[in-house]
Ligand binder design. Structure first.
Ligand code: BES
Ligand code: MN
Ligand code: ZN
Length: 485
């Protein structure tokens, strides 16, 4: 999307539709009310316009405007990065009916970034595979502000990179599992990573065997499509040599559950079980495009979890990269197996900080729904920085406890660890305690995005399918860690 700044006011913007936010209890901007002969004031007075979130109204041929349409878009009373993002996303979804060239008035320019991000996000759709009835998309956005500023230009630039990375993640996650297996995802990551200027390396199944990725290989062995581990590294010259952040993503391109087979309905959406990997890939692309002065490496742990004559069995004992033995009691607890090896590999490569993102447990949806992502950590100060970045990006995280008592159910009877506990209690936490056994004390944050990563239905502000949750937060967090303000 082409984005420009316009400082002469909404009435003079030559676009198909001029969008103005008008929230609950807000007075219309004077120039807009005048351009519509006080019509907006009337609508408010007669309570035909309330300005609530999800509300929008198109007025045709407002005589004082150059644009042939004016669209009002509501929003929450509390205008913060999240509500501004959601309203802007709603604005894009509603305005696309009006044409390809849209203007958006931004009064509170402190929120320029989430607003532009929301608009680009809202312009994204999941219609790629429809041959008819695809949603059209907006080609240009004119941002109307009162004075030209380099800060606004910079915010717009960062917003574009960050939101386009988010939409890229959504498209990749939405790809059907027949066209995207571990090999295809590794090829795609290689292509995108190389183009963004990163160093890329892919381990195939033979290399994984040589190096001792026994847990990852066990997950992949039931599928005709072999597993892969992708490493993408961004190491700019100006980076602090003392710090090396690792972003580890769960990339199960389809999770059938394996021999501990899921039910038909549980399997329907399991192509999004690689959302963690796609999230880290997208964040890396943005980090490289923003040229952030920080050493960052992503590890994408890719496999397809299938039942077959070669599949791992309940009762199998495997040896992870760090030497720990794991009894596989439930083949559907595969995410923690691929992550175990990838986390241990990150430690071996000298990670000073690790963040992983994974659609790890159904239990996180029981606890937090699709509102907050689950966050679990061995370093609360480190995690507080990510939560703060989330607040700026408009994405929510809720930290769950990590008492050592939660490790007890994951201790093995015949091995060091077991991959699933005897009961379902505190499933998100016991999974995180399992992962913690592979980070070797390095400051680490685990993001369980199973609940927030997928939207069942269309909503005013987003289409159904992958949400791209956490891409924008991770970018913001790395910006902060690298000292960019
Ligand atoms: N990929 C699933 C988790 C999941 C469930 C993501 C629903 C999105 C929606 C994961 O591999 C899994 O199957 N977890 C099991 C773990 C259990 C067997 C210990 C679960 O949550 O039931
Ligand atoms: Mn599973
Ligand atoms: Zn899974």
């Amino acid at each position: 999307m082409n984005i420009t700044q316009h400082t002469k006011g909404t009435p003079t913007a030559a676009v198909d539709c001029a969008v103005v936010f008008l929230r609950d209890g807000q007075r219309p901007p004077k120039a807009i009310d005048a351009a519509t002969d006080g019509l907006i004031s009337d609508l408010i007075e007669k309570k035909e316009w309330n300005g609530r979130p999800g509300e929008s109204l198109i007025l045709h041929r407002p005589h004082g405007l150059k644009a042939p349409r004016l669209m009002l878009v509501g929003g929450a009373k509390k205008w913060d990065p999240r509500t501004a993002f959601e309203s802007a996303a709603h604005a894009a979804r509603a305005a696309v009916r009006c044409g390809k060239h849209i203007s958006l008035e931004i009064e509170n320019t402190a929120l320029t970034r989430p607003i532009v991000e929301g608009f680009i996000f809202g312009n994204g759709n999941s219609d790629e595979h429809k041959t008819a009835g695809q949603r059209p998309s907006i080609e240009s956005l004119t941002v109307c502000v009162t004075a030209r500023s380099t800060k606004i230009a910079r915010d717009i630039d960062r917003a574009r990179i960050s939101a386009e990375a988010t939409n890229q993640a959504r498209r990749v996650i939405n790809l059907p599992p027949n066209s995207l297996g571990p090999v295809e995802l590794a090829d795609l990551a290689t292509d995108l990573g190389t183009k963004a200027g990163m160093d890329v390396e892919v381990f195939d199944e033979h290399r994984l065997r040589e190096l001792g990725f026994g847990a990852h290989l066990a997950v992949g062995q039931g599928s005709l499509r072999p597993p892969r581990l992708v490493r993408l590294s961004w190491s700019p010259n100006r980076a602090d040599a003392q710090r090396h952040l690792f972003l580890v993503g769960k990339g199960i391109t389809f999770d059938s559950g394996g021999l501990s087979l899921k039910t038909a309905s549980q399997m329907e959406t399991m192509k999004y079980d690689m959302a963690g990997a796609a999230t880290m890939l997208a964040a890396m692309i943005a980090i490289a495009q923003l040229r952030l002065p920080m050493r960052v490496t992503a590890l994408l742990a890719l496999a397809e979890n299938m039942p077959s004559g070669t599949a791992m069995r309940p009762g199998d004992i495997v040896r992870a990269l760090n030497g720990k033995t794991i009894e596989i009691l439930n083949t559907d607890a595969e995410g923690r197996l691929v992550l175990a090896d990838a986390l241990a590999h990150a430690v071996n490569l000298g990670a000073t900080h690790i963040i992983d993102a994974a659609t790890l447990t159904g239990a996180v949806s029981v606890a937090l729904g699709d509102v907050n992502a689950g966050l679990l950590t061995n370093s609360v100060p480190f995690a507080n920085g990510l939560v703060a970045a989330g607040t700026q990006a408009g994405e929510r995280y809720w930290r769950l406890p990590m008492d050592d008592d939660y490790l007890a159910p994951m201790r093995g009877e015949f091995s060091d660890l077991r991959n699933s506990s005897a009961n379902r209690k505190a499933g998100t936490i016991t999974a995180a305690k399992f992962l913690e056994q592979f980070v070797g004390g390095v400051p680490w944050i685990h993001l369980d995005i199973a609940g927030v990563g997928w939207a069942e239905k269309n909503r005013a502000d987003r289409c159904s399918g992958a949400t791209g949750h956490s891409v924008r937060t991770l970018i913001r967090f790395v910006e902060a860690l690298s000292g960019r303000s």
